[in-house]
Ligand binder design. Structure first.
Ligand code: PLP
Length: 376
């Protein structure tokens, strides 16, 4: 059996080697390394895939979030509501922009933002909400969009972990994660559902005026070369990365299906184990399983991780520390507040290997050893 990894980018590359090598060769021979034709082509294909009017490629998912905030022309002291249990980037960009992050506790079953907590956090200074579609399924967007409309707030979706996931509206309509808010922020970090061979990101929007602004901001505040209408940044998707991503995009649904099948295998094996709680699948979203994350109960998580490591099974904690306990945010008022659910999650979550290349014998090996843990 091949050694088990959290993410197996090598096996994926070997499956697509010819297509990817050809795409890379073409870029290298053309030498159009910056803003080459593959960037435009990939952005168009991604817009078709996601069903969004505009895709603005950029340097990474964190920039996608930052540029979204830059485009909203917010003022220092304006408040942005974010979840406590997320990757740092969601909250970091708000702080970096001189805005005030207002952190809210999350749902113990879905790990995501709770509409009632958001509603409680709204003040006269609130300008935006950044829901995170954590681990690959969508936050409760219908309620979030209703709150946003009521209070006239922007919604920036942090869709870094959920590219390909569908939101299912109560009236039966489906939309891709990242296409529901004013902007949707995508990351092509190598381990994400659509991963580059380096950094990459994109911003989705259905608003044509906003799209023009976003494109200007990622390109030094420019519309016409050497004429700068605002202070922007330099955030580009490399042509090489775009060419690689365009190949992989054709396989994204296949990859996500393989992740779902691996998750089904795990769920089936762990369903009745008292020391693990399988991930809840919400009725309003499909799940692309960027991560397969369990909650451990009544056992010592570190001992389980060590036991797994001895069996050649990697496991990770996403995330070990909530936003309100990060030293970087110690000066914000939320640092002194209580977020019992996210504290509980940080102490009990455990993510298992999850990627489209997991083989049946690897899944058997992992589930067998986890089921036998009490007999160790
Ligand atoms: C990966 C990730 C990001 C940032 O993406 P980068 O491309 O690494 O900058 C932001 N938010 C969440 C929730 C992520 O998982």
């Amino acid at each position: 059996m091949k050694s088990i990894r959290m993410v197996d980018l090598q096996s994926q590359y070997l499956k697509l080697k010819k297509e990817i090598d050809d795409a890379m060769q073409e870029v290298i021979l053309s030498s159009a390394f910056i803003n080459g034709p593959s960037v435009k082509k990939f952005a168009e294909n991604l817009a078709d895939y996601a069903g969004t009017a505009h895709v603005v490629p950029c340097g990474n998912g964190t920039d996608a979030l930052q540029v979204s905030l830059m485009a909203l022309d917010l003022k220092p002291g304006d408040e942005v509501i974010v979840p406590d249990f997320t990757f740092i980037a969601t909250v970091e960009v708000v702080a970096f922009m001189g805005l005030t992050p207002v952190v809210t506790d999350v749902d113990p079953d879905t790990f995501m933002m709770r509409p009632d907590e958001i509603e409680k956090a709204v003040t006269s200074r609130t300008r935006a909400i950044i829901p995170v579609h954590l681990y690959g399924q969508c936050a409760p967007m219908e309620d979030i969009l209703t709150i946003a409309k009521k209070h006239n707030l922007f919604v920036i979706e942090d869709s870094a972990q959920a590219l390909g996931s569908d939101y299912l509206f109560s009236d039966g309509t489906r939309k891709k994660a990242g296409t529901l808010g004013h902007t949707g922020c995508i990351s092509f970090f190598p381990s994400k559902s659509l991963g580059a061979y380096g950094d990459g990101g994109a911003i989705f929007t259905n608003d044509a005026v906003l799209a023009v602004k976003l494109r200007s901001i990622v390109n030094h505040g420019t519309r016409k070369k050497y004429f700068h209408e605002r202070v922007g940044i330099n955030s580009r998707l490399d042509t090489l990365q775009a060419a690689i991503l365009d190949v992989k995009l054709q396989h994204l649904d296949e990859f996500n299906l393989a992740r779902q099948q691996a998750a089904d295998f795990y769920n089936h094996a762990f369903m009745s184990l008292p020391y693990l709680k399988i991930p809840k699948q919400v009725p309003w979203s499909t799940h692309i399983f960027h991560q397969y994350t369990l909650i451990t109960r009544g056992i010592n998580r570190d001992e389980l991780i060590k036991y797994l490591k001895d069996k050649g099974i990697p496991a990770m904690i996403y995330y070990p520390q909530p936003m309100h306990r990060q030293k970087a945010f110690a000066h914000f008022s939320f640092a002194g507040q209580d977020f019992p659910v996210s504290d509980m999650l940080c102490k009990s979550v455990l993510s298992l290997p999850m990627h489209p290349e997991l083989t049946e014998d690897q899944l058997h090996w992992i589930t067998k050893h986890i089921s036998e843990y009490p007999k160790r």
